[in-house]
Structure formats: C-alpha cells, structure tokens
Design a protein around this ligand. Sequence first.
Ligand SMILES: Cc1cc2nc3c(=O)[nH]c(=O)nc-3n(C[C@H](O)[C@H](O)[C@H](O)COP(=O)(O)OP(=O)(O)OC[C@H]3O[C@@H](n4cnc5c(N)ncnc54)[C@H](O)[C@@H]3O)c2cc1C
Ligand code: SF4
Length: 349
Amino acid sequence: MSNNKVVIIGGGPAGLEAARTVSDLGYAAVLIEKRQRLGGTPDEEQYAKLTHHFRDAAEAMDEMVAAASGPGVQVLTHTQVTSVEGEAGNFRLTVQNGGAPQTLEAGALILATGFKHFDPGRETQYYNYYTYPDVITIADLEGMLKAHKVVRLSNGETPKRVAFIQCVGSRDRQIGNEYCSKVCCGIASKQAIEIRQLLPDTQVFIFYIDMRMYGYWENELYWPAQEQYKVNYVKGLASEILAKGDRLLIRGEDTTMSRPMEVLVDLVVLSVGMEPSDGTREMARLLGLTQNKYGYIAAGGPGGLDPVATSRPGVFVVGAAAGPADMDDSIATAGLAAARAVALLRRQA
Ligand SMILES: Cc1cc2nc3c(=O)[nH]c(=O)nc-3n(C[C@H](O)[C@H](O)[C@H](O)COP(=O)(O)OP(=O)(O)OC[C@H]3O[C@@H](n4cnc5c(N)ncnc54)[C@H](O)[C@@H]3O)c2cc1C
Ligand code: SF4
C-alpha cells in the first residue's frame, strides 16, 4: 500500500499552489521551504507589482500563502531535504532544519525549487554591473519601485533618462543560454510604466532584439507603455556601457537603421533572465533526475506532452524549476502536478 502524503519541495508560487490543490483534493501535503518564509522569489526579491494586473506582489503572495495554510498542509520552513530513498508510492525522505534529522514518508514528490536571476557579471562584463552603481538589474529595480524611490545609486538623484537593456543572459549563444526567459520583456514594460507614473519627467528607453510579449501582455503592457506612457522602444543591440562624466554611455547598433548607436543616460537597467536555482540543481542531483543542458529539470515525459513528468516515476516538477515560467505557468503546472500526484496515490491505494 502506498503512503497517502505528497511532499512538495519549494514554497514559491508553484509550491504553494501545489500544496493547496493537494489539500483541496482531500490528501495530506507537506510543504518544505529552505528559507524562513514562504513566497518564493517574489518575496525574497521584494517584487513591487505583478504583471498583468499590476497587483501588489506582497499582497498576492500573502493570499497564496494563506490559501496553502489549511489544516491539510504541514509547512516546514528553514528545512532542507538531505536524502530520498524508495520509489513511487513509497518514498522516504530525510529532512534537516537545524535540529535532529527527521524522516518523512510520501507517496509522491513535487519539486518546486524555482529559478535564480542570471548574474550579469558572468561573461557580460561589458555591461559593468559590478563597476558602475547606476547599472542595476530588473530585480534591483523592483526593490526601488516597492520603496517608491527610483534613484541613481551613485548620487541619490532622480534619473532623467533611464534605459533598459533586454536579453541579458538569455538568447545568448556565447554564454550558452540560447533560450528566451519569457518574462523579461513584460517585466521591463511594466517597470517602464511604473517609472513614468512615479517620475513623469523621466524619459525611458527599452533596447531590444525583438519584443516577446506573452499573451495578453501585448495589449495590457506593450501598447499602453508606448501610447499612454510614451516609453521609447528602440530595436538595437547594446554592446557596452561606459562612464562618461557622471553619466553612462550605451554603445551599440541601431538595428532598424543599421547604424552605430550612442545614447547617454543616468540609469541602466539590465533585463536579466532566468537560470535554474541552486536548489533546483541540488535536488536534481539528490533525486537522480535528468536535467536539460541548462540545468533545469527535464520535463515532458516520453511523448513530450506531460509538462510535469520527470525522469523518475512519482516525482513531478512544477514552475520555474522546469524552465523559464511566469506566475500563470507556475500556478498552472502546480495544479496539474497536484492532480497527477493524487491520481498516483489513488491508483496505488
Ligand atoms: C524581476 C522579475 C520580476 C518578475 N515579475 C513577475 C510578474 O510581475 N508576473 C509574473 O507572472 N511573473 C513574474 N516573474 C516570474 C516569477 O517570479 C516566477 O514565475 C515565479 O517566481 C516562479 O515560481 P516558482 O515557485 O516556480 O519559483 P520561485 O519563486 O523561485 O520559488 C522557489 C522556492 O523554492 C525554494 N527552494 C529552492 N531550493 C530549495 C530546496 N532545495 N529546498 C527547499 N526549498 C527550496 C526557494 O527558496 C523558493 O522559495 C518575475 C521574474 C523576475 C526575474
Ligand atoms: S522575454 Fe524578452 S528580454 Fe527576456 S529573453 Fe525573451 S526576448 Fe529577451
């Protein structure tokens, strides 16, 4: 007989939704998170507002945490899995939270260990992220927007000209991340709107290879950014950022006009892409799961049509642990994995 519990590893949007759905389906869920707090990267990185409804991110995450906090869900924060034995229907996990190791039993596992931001110092040194304080990332900007204070870190002044550079660490064969990170075009457009709302006298530019707006983000973000908020979208490749006086000079190529481009700005925002989190890589090793060439958990199953199946029966993957994903993707795959996990327990009961 199988164990009737589902253990979910990772307490971000995907893990929270998986725990809630398992519990709603009448089965016991154990949610393991290595941080002290639930809420995943949106909580850890202090996101301000979410696409596509401009919802307050903290409020949205609190709502998800509350929904996953029913009696059917046991939450273990500050906890890490150190070993997993057994097979579908009967897994035995050892977990550690500072005290003596504990053993947990589970019929199925859901991996929701998420992503981390691309480190813009890695092989894209020409953007000088670690050299110039006025070169920041979209994650850094979320924190500023949350504090309603977008300033140049070099001197505390309000920037008059802000430029976003898209595809930093994504769609880049040289660094080996050929994939698109899916969310950064929408996030940059959302942040550009928020800057224009906060600082109406500040000009905002977005330098892009091509804008990849996702579903309804096209009409909810891209067109309002251009038409209502007068954000300047420039099809261009930025090749380096240099200091010029106390400002920053972006050098590159305007690819529409096929000519060199030089733009002087006060603040540069790098639209860094996604990479698998360290926890995703660690858990893949611990569970013996196949990873793709980028380190994400290989998903899809033999026919490629099961986005939550991993190479190990009884272990499902959800959210950004399987590849770049927005919140909708993460929540949708979490619900599917919860249904698959419960179906497995019911088959084996
Ligand atoms: C700057 C930025 C802004 C964004 N804004 C939006 C937005 O506005 N709208 C939108 O739809 N999407 C947005 N996204 C994407 C969104 O953040 C992701 O879709 C979402 O966070 C993915 O959820 P997840 O649960 O899969 O992973 P995560 O949010 O990364 O959560 C993973 C969780 O697992 C935990 N964990 C990791 N390893 C372990 C381990 N070994 N053991 C236990 N726990 C572990 C982590 O601590 C973390 O809590 C944004 C992304 C970026 C880069
Ligand atoms: S979403 Fe946009 S910025 Fe992000 S990798 Fe894709 S094309 Fe580049």
